[in-house]
Write a protein that binds this ligand. Structure first.
Ligand code: ZN
Length: 315
């Protein structure tokens, strides 16, 4: 069945027309996460209406970067972006604007579902996803199901597991010492500026400081790029080991653009081999750009085949 998949990120939106695990049309555009959710929905509706494939869609899957109550299809909590999400009626919006039913789910959970069915997780029944992007999104698939916990937060808070307590860095969630505050892309400019050699680094004149600029700078011999990259990598290794120790998976899937950095995968693999019991495979997401849309498609397909009503039964 053909659906519209909406992947709302911290800086861009990916709209995809998907049919049974095939992406037929993709529309990616930038968005500001400091706008209210209602304004973001207006922008999304206007962009979606312009897509050729929207005609004939039978549902909308909406992947949200926050804690989602799957039973009631509402956002419970969103961290420092898209205010008013908790008061927004997403189901009503989809019905009113498109006449379609809506599935609302956490974005990392949707991405992991996509990777389990169509990507790096095929053939595996227990995996953890760690998506390195603006923040660090995580999700857990255990014995054939996505974990949700009592309040929809199980497995998705890996970016906010504290990894430091001695002079910890503040996080956007209000806590201190979180993994995100050391390895989320949002934290990298601050980490770079605190380096004593920042004024002599290529980063001083860089438009953006992210994993790509750090990687390019390292290769060119820039000390600050090397140190900041290594520090973030150490944090990711610690975070990955915490997730593996907590959830005991067969596979750790690295998602987000940074997952393409080979050195990141090999460092995390070596760290897990050394410090975690058992052998945990480490793989990059097969479809980092489309895993969310594929996961949303999978949930609609499963429900149609099984004839059950609630999406929360299809995880
Ligand atoms: Zn935090």
């Amino acid at each position: 069945m053909k659906i519209l998949g909406i992947d709302l990120g911290g800086s861009r939106v990916k709209l995809a027309i998907v049919d049974d695990g095939r992406v037929l049309e993709l529309n990616v555009f930038p968005i500001r996460s400091d706008m209210p959710t209602q304004a973001a929905l207006d922008t999304i509706a206007a962009q979606a209406a312009g897509m050729a494939g929207i005609a004939g869609c039978r549902g909308i899957g909406f992947a949200y970067p926050g804690i989602v109550d799957m039973q009631n299809q509402r956002v419970l909590c969103i961290n420092d972006k898209y205010t008013d999400a908790a008061e927004t009626d997403f189901v009503g919006w989809a019905k009113e604007r498109f006449g379609l039913e809506l599935l609302l789910i956490n974005d990392a959970a949707a991405a992991l579902r996509g990777e389990m069915d169509y990507g790096a997780g095929r053939g595996c029944d227990s995996a953890v996803l760690m998506m390195v992007g603006t923040g660090i999104g995580t999700a857990v698939y255990s014995r054939g199901r996505l974990l949700t916990g009592k309040h929809g937060a199980m497995g998705i808070m890996g970016g906010h597991i504290a990894i430091a307590h001695d002079r910890p860095r503040p996080c956007t969630c209000g806590n201190v010492g979180c993994l995100e505050a050391y390895a989320g892309t949002w934290a990298l400019p601050g980490l770079a500026r605190e380096h004593p050699d920042f004024d002599r680094s290529v980063l001083k004149k860089a438009e953006r400081i992210d994993y790509r600029t750090l990687t390019e700078g390292r290769e060119a011999g820039d000390k600050v790029c090397r140190d900041v990259f290594q520090s973030a990598l150490n944090a990711l290794c610690t975070g990955a080991a915490n997730l593996v120790n907590a959830y005991d998976p067969d596979l750790l899937i690295l998602g987000g653009g940074a997952s393409r950095i080979r050195e990141m995968r090999s460092a995390i693999r070596a760290h897990l081999d050394r410090y975690c019991r058992g052998r945990v495979r480490v793989a990059a997401a097969d479809n980092p750009e489309a895993s969310v849309a594929l996961g949303l498609s999978s949930l609609f397909e499963k429900r149609e085949k099984r004839g059950e009503n609630a999406f929360s039964e299809q995880l």
